[in-house]
Every structure is written in C-alpha cells, then in structure tokens.
Ligand binder design. Structure first.
Ligand SMILES: [Cu+2]
Length: 183
C-alpha cells in the first residue's frame, strides 16, 4: 500500500517537473516580448462624479486633479490637458510583441486604432475644427469602439500587429495618442 502511494507520488512529481521544463525551454528559444503603454489622467473625483455618476473617476492622481469644467475649457481652447496622456508617445516593437495597455488613470479610456489621428466621439473634448474620426464614430453604442475601452485599473492586450506603423488614440480624449512602429 505504502509502495504504491510512493510510486504514484513519484510519477506525479516526474510529470509536473516535465510540464514545468517545457515552457522554460520554449521561453529561452523565443523570449516572450511585451511592451507596455500606460494611460494616465488627473480627473477630479468630486466634479467628474457629480456630472458622470458615482465612481466614474477614482482618486488616483495624488496631489493633482483637474476639474471637469477645466478639462472642457482647455480642450475647447485647443490646449488640452497634458495630464491626460498615453506614455510613451511612440513605441518601437518587433512583430509578435504583445502590447499591454494599462489604465493607471482614474477614469475610462479607449485604445483605438485609427487610420489618421483626429477627433473623438465627444465634440466637447475635440480641438476646435476637429471632427470625429470614423473609428470613434458612434461612441460606446458602436461595439467596435466599446471593445477598445479600458476601464480604470484594467488593461487590454494588443496582439498580431502587422509590420509598419499603427496609430492609436483615445476616442474620449483624442489628444491621447500613440504611434506604434512594428519591425
Ligand atoms: Cu482617454
């Protein structure tokens, strides 16, 4: 009885060692390649949540907060608040690299691929004369746009990018832009 138990344990241990060894070998041959982009903002919970609903903006911007009315004012002047930003602005990756986009700001953003940079779906946040790009049209009522949404504290992974240049922007705050170069 004891012998059988030990033999079974030994077999299990052997299997798990083997299972553990395979991914490590593969990883050494093809190191997993990941590049990270972070979405940042400085939303002021009091004014954002009063207008947009409870918990829309989480208070994560320590010591810095922009009131909703100021965000609108700056956007209307064509000088949007730089606290709303994707970092870095340009990413150079090899084909096969996974792009991980993390929302470290206090409110939702989108990471939407566009043919050309332009306006988002909220005219009030677009620069003067800037029109909504086709990829952002319809806002979250458009499933294609909704799928690119990143909620506060969460992330999306972009895989399978073809070689060449890819442009991404936030369809809410369209001055948040990233240029991705895939080699
Ligand atoms: Cu945004």
């Amino acid at each position: 009885m004891m012998k059988i138990t030990i033999a079974k344990f030994g077999l299990l241990a052997g299997c798990s060692m083997l299972a553990g060894a395979i991914p490590i070998e593969l990883a050494q041959e093809n190191p997993p390649s990941v590049a990270q982009v972070v979405a940042l903002d400085e939303c002021d919970p009091a004014t954002f949540n009063a207008a947009l609903g409870p918990d829309f903006c989480k208070n994560v911007a320590l010591g810095a907060a922009t009131k909703l009315s100021d965000l609108f004012k700056k956007a209307a002047l064509g000088t949007p608040d730089p606290g709303w930003d994707f970092e870095p602005d340009a990413v150079h990756i090899k084909k096969g690299t996974t792009l991980v986009v993390v929302d470290q700001g206090g409110e939702p953003h989108t990471f939407t691929e566009v043919a050309q940079f332009g306006g988002g779906f909220l005219p009030v946040l677009n620069a003067p004369g800037e029109t909504t790009v086709p990829e952002c049209a319809g806002g979250f009522a458009n499933v294609a746009v909704a799928k690119t949404r990143i909620l506060q504290g969460s992330q999306v992974q972009i895989t399978g990018l073809s070689k060449g240049e890819h442009l991404f922007e936030c369809c809410i705050h369209p001055w948040m832009r990233v240029r991705v170069e895939v080699k």
